[in-house]
Structures are given as C-alpha cells and as structure tokens.
Design a protein around this ligand. Sequence first.
Ligand SMILES: Cc1cc2nc3c(=O)[nH]c(=O)nc-3n(C[C@H](O)[C@H](O)[C@H](O)COP(=O)(O)OP(=O)(O)OC[C@H]3O[C@@H](n4cnc5c(N)ncnc54)[C@H](O)[C@@H]3O)c2cc1C
Length: 283
Amino acid sequence: MSIYEHLVLRMARRWVAGSSIHEALEYAKQANSMGMKAIINCLGEHSTSKDEAESGAQEYMRLLDAMHEDGVDGSISVKLTQIGLDVDYDTCMGNMLGIVRHASRYGTFVWIDMESSPYYQQTVSIYLSTLNQYRHTGVAYQAYIKEHSLDLMHMLERGGIIRLVKGAYREDASVVYRSRKHINTNFRRLMRMLFKHSTRMFAIATHDGALVDEAIELSREHPAREFEFQMLKGIRDDLKRALVRRGFRVAEYIPYGMNISGYVYRRIRERPANLLLLARSLL
Ligand SMILES: Cc1cc2nc3c(=O)[nH]c(=O)nc-3n(C[C@H](O)[C@H](O)[C@H](O)COP(=O)(O)OP(=O)(O)OC[C@H]3O[C@@H](n4cnc5c(N)ncnc54)[C@H](O)[C@@H]3O)c2cc1C
C-alpha cells in the first residue's frame, strides 16, 4: 500500500473497517458483540473488464468462506457494477449466481445495493432472477426516485426482500426528488407499503430519527411484520445502541477495501460537515 493510500484510508476509518477481509471481520465481530448483525461490503464499483468483474465476485466468495469460518453473524452486500454490470448483463448475472450459489452453502443472506438510476431496471431484473434461484436475497430500494411504488408492489408480490433507503447518488431532477421534504414524504409512503404488504422480512435503512420513530409506530400497528433497522458504520452509533437496548433488530453496514473514493464521496455529499471531520482526523 502506498503512503497516499494509507493516508486516505486513515481519513476514512470512521466509515470503512480497513483494507482487508480480516479487518472487516474483526469489526463485524465487534458489531455482533454489541447485539447487531453485520452487512459486509467489499468496496468497488464500475469494473471495466470481465477479469476485474470476476475477481470482484471471487473476493465475495472468499469473504463468505471467512465469515463462516469466523462465525460472523451477518450478510454480504454487493454492487452489481463491481461484478460486471458495466461489462455486460450476462457477465454480471453469471457472477451474481456464482455468489449466491456459494452463499447457499452457508445459508448466508445476500443483499444487492442499488446504484444510480441508469442501472435500476437491470438491477431489478437481476435481483428477480437471483430470487428464483436463492430465496435469501434482498435489494435496496431508493425513496428519492419518482414514480416508484408500482415496482415495489411487483417485487413484494414476487416475494422480494426490500431494504428501503433514501438514495445516495447525484441524479437529474427529472428522475429524483431533490428536496428533503419530498424524499421523506416518499420514504414514509413506501415504508407504510412495506409494513402493510410485505410478507417477508424487510429493512428500514436510515439514520433519520423521525423516520425510525415512525417505523417503530408502524411496527406496533403491524406486530407480525419481521423487519430490521440498518445503518452505516460510523453514523449514529447512539441510535444503533438505543434500538438494540429496546429489543429491535439492528444490522450495521460495514465496508472494507481500497476502492473507497465513491463511498466516501457519497458520505460527504450527505453531510458536507464530514469534510471537516476527515481533515481533523489527519491532525
Ligand atoms: C444500510 C444502508 C444501506 C444503504 N444502501 C444504499 C444503496 O444500496 N443505494 C443507495 O443509493 N443508498 C444506500 N444507502 C444510503 C442512503 O441512500 C442515504 O444516502 C444515507 O443513508 C443517508 O440518508 P438517511 O436516511 O440517513 O437520512 P439523512 O436525512 O441524510 O440523514 C438523517 C440524519 O442521519 C445522520 N447522517 C446521515 N448521513 C450521515 C453522514 N454521511 N454522516 C454523518 N451523519 C449522517 C445525520 O444526523 C442526519 O441528520 C444505504 C444506507 C444504509 C444505512
């Protein structure tokens, strides 16, 4: 690792567990010991060749083996462009099926992250095909996208497992809601749909205290629903601990690896004050 890479990783330590599987597992075990499940993500996106995409998929298989050997309680979360969606659909589908076949040996859950909107249709299509092969898979669903709820109903009818998020990418205003007010209103609407119609487990992935409170209210109205809260490493640790104490299921999303720039950029965009925090960590 170069000095530059060391420096960047040190700055991003708040959000990223480290550069290796070993470091990710150490952090995941810490999350387990605090009563949370781990969702481990190997950082990387936009692979440009079949070889790169395949090596992304192989890293996930090594991760699955290591999680099993170390007894980590958790799942993995995969970005489809890391395993070939920019190369071609079939490469990505083949890699995804390889990952879920491997995961099925251990019964480990596999999440698919949702990337920017040009990948939306193909991601849904790959998710539904994967779901036909392996039931322990879920996909993220972004509340900032306009005109989305019909797709959500369709996925729920097919037995899909949804992680509801606000959405993290820079997108055109014709595609996404830009104002916090509209995004939150849509998040509430989709969250109500999940509590009302989802017959399988689902995840409410936000650090927004007001939305977390509303999810808790909804869970009282729909006591049979199985759901968990999901939050990112390094954000709202106080809220995670409080929810665990109150008996809610909480999972922490734990990224590791060297390709940190896209991930760190999105965390800074969500909260520009993080730039100062990062700069201070260098002093
Ligand atoms: C488990 C998980 C998986 C995700 N997967 C995806 C995905 O697949 N695709 C996708 O597009 N997005 C994904 N996201 C990101 C998501 O879309 C949002 O960008 C991110 O969660 C911030 O939105 P928020 O719901 O926390 O609400 P916000 O309104 O952004 O934040 C609410 C509060 O949370 C705290 N907070 C939020 N972000 C930060 C931050 N970066 N640093 C410090 N404090 C912060 C602040 O206190 C803030 O007031 C995921 C998020 C989580 C938790």
